[in-house]
Design a protein around this ligand. Structure first.
Ligand code: PLP
Length: 396
């Protein structure tokens, strides 16, 4: 059996060597960053160095980086109905969330369910900007404040939301009756796969996850545009993370996350080399399967992701076949695998259930072995021929 091919980086990326060794070094010491002795000071230095590294990768301010247990927590923290702006508390009336957003955004964070409104998306999963502009204008006229939230790069399709345009809309609406709206962005799948510059995006905050970058599981960050912007904490008690996130800092995980994000951002230029792999796969799919549908193919996508459906097939059956052939892919998002149901992202894009249940997601990373994509194409054609021979071109 040849080596397994792992094509599921958007679910979780393999741990980078740099992250592993940073963690192992940190695990060997008793590192409580709140302690004042030498070990404690060493832990504090590691955490603060990591904060600077995360900030540098995003063109953000180190003091505005808060470490969390992952992006689910960072999103829940960011979605706060009260934001402290310097010395003043601002109440947010509505959370406007993209229908194609990750479940951790759709859950609404700290907002009451009645305050959450879902924003319709188009066939590519992009927010309908005209409808959003109207909604914000109405809110401004009524004196309502909104927090708008979405993913920068969709975890299932790779489609990139033009967040800078959304931010512009939000600021235009700000002008009406002096209301003020906010934007929180889930940048989990974007970091290391496209340039992410918080200042240039203009958003108020970002959420990140360590394990999508080749760092450890169970660590992430909430990054605000300024340390003066503070949501309500989810966990209070100890004064860690400037009282935004109580609990002894997970120093080894933070050290691993820092090593991973630093390497991922440095290599971003080099990472472009995975783009031809995705394009190679899609070109082959199109020539072998004439009826294939590739979601988001005509809009900007991160270069490592493709999501496609072969009408008449079942993703589960194909995934099992590929798994037996030593290839790991995903259907829909990993967070929802285990329960069979059409992906909410594809549904929000108007994809009918039968096609959504046929959709397969491939997400590539740097460790794809040479010849891996060719092996994948052959394995997929073999799997489809077994169940739906009519879908495979006779020439293949
Ligand atoms: N946001 C996106 C876009 C994701 O893909 C995921 C993970 O699947 C998360 C948030 C949650 O991240 P974490 O596993 O760090 O909680």
């Amino acid at each position: 059996m040849p080596d397994r091919l792992y094509f599921d980086y958007n679910a979780t990326a393999p741990l980078r060597e740099s992250a592993r060794s940073a963690m192992v070094d940190a695990l060997d010491l008793p590192l409580n960053a709140s302690s004042v002795h030498q070990e404690g000071r060493r832990a504090r230095a590691l955490v603060e160095e990591a904060r600077r590294t995360v900030a540098r990768c995003l063109n953000a301010q180190p003091a505005a980086v808060t470490f969390t247990s992952g992006a689910s927590e960072a999103n829940a923290l960011a979605l706060s109905p009260v934001l402290r702006l310097g010395a003043r508390d601002v109440t947010i009336d509505r959370l406007l969330v993209s229908a194609a957003a990750h479940a951790s955004l759709l859950a609404g964070g700290q907002f009451a369910p009645g305050q959450v409104e879902v924003l319709a998306v188009d066939e590519n999963g992009l927010i309908n900007q005209q409808a959003l502009a109207q909604r914000l204008e109405t809110a401004s006229r009524c004196g309502e404040r909104c927090l708008v939230t979405m993913m920068l790069a969709n975890n299932e399709t790779g489609v990139i939301e033009p967040v800078d345009q959304i931010v512009q809309l939000v600021h235009q609406a700000d002008g009406v009756a002096g209301a003020q709206h906010f934007v929180h962005v889930d940048a989990v799948q974007a970091v290391g796969r496209m340039p992410v510059d918080l200042d240039r995006l203009g958003a108020d905050s970002l959420a990140l996850s360590g394990h999508k970058l080749g760092g450890p599981l169970g660590v992430g960050a909430y990054v605000a545009k300024s340390e003066d912007l503070r949501p309500l904490p989810l966990i209070s008690g100890g004064g860690q993370e400037k009282k935004l996130r109580a609990g002894t800092e997970n120093t080894p995980a933070i050290a691993g996350f820092s090593a991973a994000i630093s390497e991922a951002c440095e290599e971003f230029g080099e990472n472009l080399s995975i783009f031809p792999d995705r394009d190679f796969l899609e070109e082959n799919f199109r020539s072998i399967f004439r009826t294939i549908i590739i979601y988001g193919e005509n809009v900007a996508r991160i270069g490592n992701t493709t999501c496609f459906a072969l009408p008449g097939t079942r993703a589960e059956t194909l995934m099992m076949s590929l798994d037996l052939d030593g290839i790991s892919v995903s259907s829909g998002s990993a967070c929802s695998s285990g329960k069979v149901g059409a992906s909410h992202v594809l549904k929000s894009m108007g994809v009918p259930d039968d096609l959504a249940l046929a959709a397969i997601r491939i997400s590539l990373g740097r460790r794809i072995a040479p010849g891996g994509c060719e092996r994948f194409v052959t394995a997929l054609a073999k799997a489809v021929r077994r169940t739906n021979p009519e879908l495979v071109s006779a020439a293949f």
